[in-house]
Design a protein around this ligand. Structure first.
Ligand SMILES: Cc1cc2nc3c(=O)[nH]c(=O)nc-3n(C[C@H](O)[C@H](O)[C@H](O)COP(=O)(O)OP(=O)(O)OC[C@H]3O[C@@H](n4cnc5c(N)ncnc54)[C@H](O)[C@@H]3O)c2cc1C
Length: 637
């Protein structure tokens, strides 16, 4: 049996671990994979999924109870005291809020992904800490991976407990393993009699960890030997927090989400029965990634409902607040913010509803859609919170309690801002999402042609790549220039936007191909070139979701959604055009050069006159980064 190596992973090892966890096959169609190849498959998302009336009726009693609980929750007190009262948790348990998607046969509500995100969205519009509690349990905690990968015995054992409200958590992150799981040190080794794994290590920032009964813990199991070389294995274990050796050693407190139950969990020789492995040895990271394909759909919905709450604040204040003889919503600078806020909120909700409906319907590969939904909605939502704070002026910066104390409406925009910011970091930071999407966006080209320019490829590999390319590219490339003029008449006033999406999709496909030809293997190191391509794809997806949903709403009553979709598309096009204009980043290398000068301390004089921040070494992060090559940014895949 292999050993468990504990040194910090090299760049190559980190890439190998990520590649091994990657789902490399595409067995179901994907709107976005096609889009990055320059092919618009509107049929995959149009007509926009209509409301499932049966599901809506099934969900109604729960949604009404949830609304009732949420209307009574005192979120300012939760924020102020940093604790969720046990009575609130129990009420949520009693209405089934911890088992929304757990099948009815196991005591859950058996509702769909769409119902789930609407429920969590409603919670977010009032209270971020409660969202963290419910969502860490159901989006990344035990229920979702158990549903996907659990054995019958595991489901029978754990689902009923989870549905009743046994809180669960997901423990992946460690001090040295943030975005990069290759550095994981928590280990699990088989006991001598082979019946148990012995778990040792410490997990950081585990949401619900300070309160959970059950945890899904990712741990290193002994390296597998592949082609004579050790290969890191990460395995997922179901761990009961009542077992000897599990200890909460610290409760972490953050900028926002004041009552989040998050902390540092230590495992000291914890005996985990072998049957508590979920899915299989060495499959932990892949399990985490597959779980996140749907788990990641919660944050885009949360962001959309947070944006709806901000829109309501901005609309009312824009009307009520009079300065310089006019309601501030009449001054163009504020009016613009309000209009764009509405258009972006519409696009965010369209993305959230579309991706979740696709997950419910099945038959699609939504890994890219989920990643873009997470990336795009959280970034758009953050700008909306920021704009709302600006529109509320000084009141936006003032705490709700302080507003209340001097007789004003306790509108918690300050709290919303504190609570929202983390969305761009956890469940895959914006940068990691862009990397993940970029890897898939170029995958087809890499598989087909990369070896032609790959200096490490053998003659045979180059020749094979040449043959593959000769077969694929002539037709593909030529047709990426051809498109019909007109079309999309059924979209009425939105038809020009659809035509733009169609021709820009082809342009994006060409641009990614051109980038590969122009930069060759260096493309791997040009994150910003790839990220701009990702951002164009994300905007095209947002436009498509907004237009198809507006078209659906036109027929079902909310006809003026077309105005929002149209405005959204106009602004999105400006952003897309700017990304194309700067695709190869005229200043990218100059910027990178200066960044390395900064890191080497060559501009330390610029920091003169300040009180020094605490030394990194004192914070436990004392591993100095490897010196970086000045002209060669770090690799991206
Ligand atoms: C409130 C909160 C709740 C959390 N809940 C959980 C939980 O329940 N379970 C759990 O396991 N974890 C949890 N986390 C951890 C969270 O998922 C991590 O913070 C996140 O994965 C990022 O890791 P890191 O903070 O160590 O950042 P790092 O990985 O150190 O990254 C630092 C910065 O560098 C960027 N970066 C890193 N690598 C690259 C690269 N290759 N290219 C470009 N940029 C890069 C990142 O995007 C980031 O901006 C939580 C964290 C917080 C703060």
């Amino acid at each position: 049996m292999g050993k468990i190596t504990q040194e910090l992973a090299t760049e190559q090892e980190a890439r190998d671990v990520a590649e091994a966890a990657r789902e490399s096959d595409w067995t179901e169609p994907s709107f976005l994979r096609e889009l990055f190849l320059g092919r618009l498959r509107l049929d995959l998302i149009h007509p926009f999924p209509a409301e499932n009336e049966v599901e809506k009726e099934n969900a109604r009693p729960f949604m009404e109870k949830l609304r009732d609980v949420m209307e009574r929750v005192d979120s300012d007190a939760i924020d102020r005291e940093g604790e969720i009262p046990e009575s609130v948790v129990q009420e949520l348990r009693d209405i089934g809020a911890f088992g929304i998607k757990i099948p009815r046969e196991y005591g859950g509500l058996g509702l769909s992904q769409v119902s789930y995100i609407r429920a969590i969205g409603m919670v977010t519009s009032k209270d971020g800490s409660l969202t963290a509690l419910l969502s860490a349990h159901q989006s990344i905690g035990l229920p979702q991976p158990l549903k996907l990968f659990g054995t019958d015995a595991q489901k029978k054992k754990y689902f009923p407990r989870l549905a009743k409200g046994a809180i669960s958590a997901f423990a992946l992150t460690e001090t040295d393993a943030g975005s990069d799981p290759a550095n994981m040190r928590t280990s699990a080794t088989l006991s001598e009699d082979g019946s148990h794994f012995i778990l040792n290590g410490t997990k950081l920032w585990c949401t619900n960890g300070t309160r959970a009964e059950l945890m899904l813990v990712m741990a290193r199991t002994p390296d597998a030997i592949v082609n004579g070389k050790p290969k890191k294995q990460i395995t997922a274990f179901i761990v009961e927090t009542s077992w000897p050796g599990v200890e909460v050693v610290h409760r972490s407190r953050f900028m926002g989400l004041n009552a989040i139950e998050n902390g540092v969990i230590h495992f000291d020789n914890v005996r985990v029965p072998r049957e508590n492995i979920l899915w299989g040895e060495g499959k932990g990271l892949k399990l985490a990634l597959v779980t996140l394909n749907t788990g990641r759909l919660t944050l885009p919905a949360s962001a959309a409902y947070g944006a709806k709450a901000m829109l309501q604040v901005a609309r009312e204040w824009g009307n009520d607040r009079v300065q310089w003889g006019q309601p501030i919503g009449k001054h163009e600078a504020i009016a613009q913010k309000i209009a764009l806020m509405a258009a972006n909120t519409f696009a965010m909700e369209s993305i959230a509803e579309l991706t979740s409906a696709m997950a419910d319907r099945g038959g699609y590969d939504i890994r890219l859609e989920a990643a873009i939904a997470k990336l795009w909605n959280t970034e758009a939502g953050w700008r909306i919170v920021d704009d709302t704070l600006q529109i509320r002026g000084g009141r936006g910066y003032e705490k709700a309690d302080s507003l209340r104390a001097r007789g004003e409406a306790p509108i918690p925009v300050e709290r919303a801002m504190r609570d929202f910011r983390i969305n761009l970091i956890f469940e895959g930071s914006s940068e990691i999402m862009r990397l993940f999407i970029a890897r898939e966006a170029v995958d087809h080209h890499f598989k087909t042609a990369f070896d032609i320019v790959n200096p490490k490829a053998s003659r045979k590999q180059k020749w094979d790549a040449f043959l593959r390319s000769a077969k694929f590219y002539p037709t593909w490339y030529t047709t990426r220039w051809l498109g019909s003029i007109g079309g999309y008449g059924e979209f009425g006033t939105l038809a020009p936007q659809l035509r733009y999406i169609a021709r820009t999709t082809r342009k994006l496909g060409r641009a990614i191909f051109h980038a590969m030809v122009r930069l060759g293997p260096k493309l791997e190191r040009r994150q910003m070139v790839l990220f701009r391509a990702v951002d164009i794809g994300a905007e095209l997806f947002a436009m498509s979701a907004a237009c198809t949903r507006a078209q659906m709403l036109r027929k079902t009553g909310d006809a003026n959604a077309v105005d929002l979709a149209d405005l959204f598309c106009r602004e999105s096009r400006r952003r897309i055009d700017a990304h194309f204009e700067n695709l190869f980043g005229k200043n990218d290398l100059a910027i990178y050069r200066v960044s390395q000068q900064v890191l080497r301390g060559e501009f330390e004089w610029l920091e003169r006159g300040i009180i020094n921040a605490p030394e990194m070494a004192a914070s436990g992060l004392d591993t100095a980064p490897e010196p970086m090559r000045e002209k060669e940014p770090a690799i991206v895949r």
